[in-house]
Ligand binder design. Sequence first.
Ligand SMILES: Cc1cc2nc3c(=O)[nH]c(=O)nc-3n(C[C@H](O)[C@H](O)[C@H](O)COP(=O)(O)OP(=O)(O)OC[C@H]3O[C@@H](n4cnc5c(N)ncnc54)[C@H](O)[C@@H]3O)c2cc1C
Length: 399
Amino acid sequence: MVFPFSSVEDFRIELSEEHELFRKSVRDFVESKVMPKWREIEESNRIPREILNEMAEMGFFGVGIPEDYGGQGGGQLMTAILTEEISRAVPALAVTLGVNHLFAIPILLFGSEDQKKRYVEPIAQGKARGAHANTEPSGGSDVAGIQTRAKKVNDHYVLTGRKVFISGAGDADFLVVSARTSEPLEGKRWWGITVFVVEKDTPGLKIGQQFKVMGMRGEQPYEVVLDEVKVSPDSIVGPVDEGFKVIMATYDHTRIGIAAQAVGIAQAMFEKALNYSLQRETFGQPIISHQMITGKIADMYMKLEAARLLTYWAATLADKGKREFIVAASLAKAYATEAAEWIARQTIQIHGGYGVDFETGIERYLRDAIITTIYEGTSEIQRLTIVRQLVRQAFGMKI
Ligand SMILES: Cc1cc2nc3c(=O)[nH]c(=O)nc-3n(C[C@H](O)[C@H](O)[C@H](O)COP(=O)(O)OP(=O)(O)OC[C@H]3O[C@@H](n4cnc5c(N)ncnc54)[C@H](O)[C@@H]3O)c2cc1C
């Protein structure tokens, strides 16, 4: 097998008829119920309740969550297809879905049986919402640098700190929250962080301002303030002081979902650009016949399919439990999000003045695409992960 892979198994994408039937059912739902509402979502900055209720009825909140915990099963590839199809219409709605996974995955990977039943089951059934509160004013990329404190007092913990850019916090019933329980050890900055579940009505938990970010209208993030929030040791997810590993393992999985968001954006933009370039005429011919536009359409198509292949490949590796999924997830996240941003930009260019007009519903995808390059590990952080994993995979070395 070619360097740095060792088996042809690592290159299979296991897409089946079942995946395509599922895609069709999601697309039918999205075309009839979500697409007609994009303008209302942009203008009101709210996802209509009826869309969420119907998604719950369709079982969409349970996709990717095991049946034992109220989900539909389906794994990462099924989740990627769901995310892609929803993002093709309204990327912010995929964020609503994604934050539930950001909440549920750490519990599924490291939580107790009781936590899985108590918290993951209602999320999977669409009866409750989750959020993931890690980023702080002092920084999001450097997870080991968080400053929120969890102090042990008698038989419980008291959390104090501030989190920023927390998606879904305004409607969340439960949040996973990272906090420092011990000082770092020498040479182990990551040591001493613990992950807790905090329920929304816990005294001291306050949802602060909503950030006015450039895109993802309908699901823009919030500030979360923890003012002496008292929680029991039962709320700890995974080992005490080893929460850094819980968070990193979570992002290894969820960043495939961000790549899938980007693929959905890229798909929507590609379709619009192709249709418009066939219809719009200048100088007596459709603009697709002008070589500079022909070249753009070809480049868009190349990047779109490469992004999709990387994303499905990462999802397949994750579903097979292969460790190589971590590097694949970062390759997919960095590539697909940057491709979506580029494709959205070219789609605007191809539409000329109409491309920058809100009413055509095109410029919103560029605003959303840029955000995908930032959250759940910026493009720069993905590149760090890619090289670290490559060196570990190829030479067994840690850098
Ligand atoms: C719309 C939105 C929703 C979000 N939702 C959530 C959420 O639900 N939960 C949550 O916890 N967080 C959330 N975030 C936060 C997001 O994950 C962080 O913004 C992101 O991780 C980057 O952190 P930062 O903004 O603090 O930038 P910083 O970490 O301060 O980075 C600043 C710049 O420096 C670069 N940089 C940093 N370190 C390195 C390095 N070692 N090498 C090279 N370059 C580096 C970064 O790539 C970036 O370009 C959300 C953010 C947005 C915009």
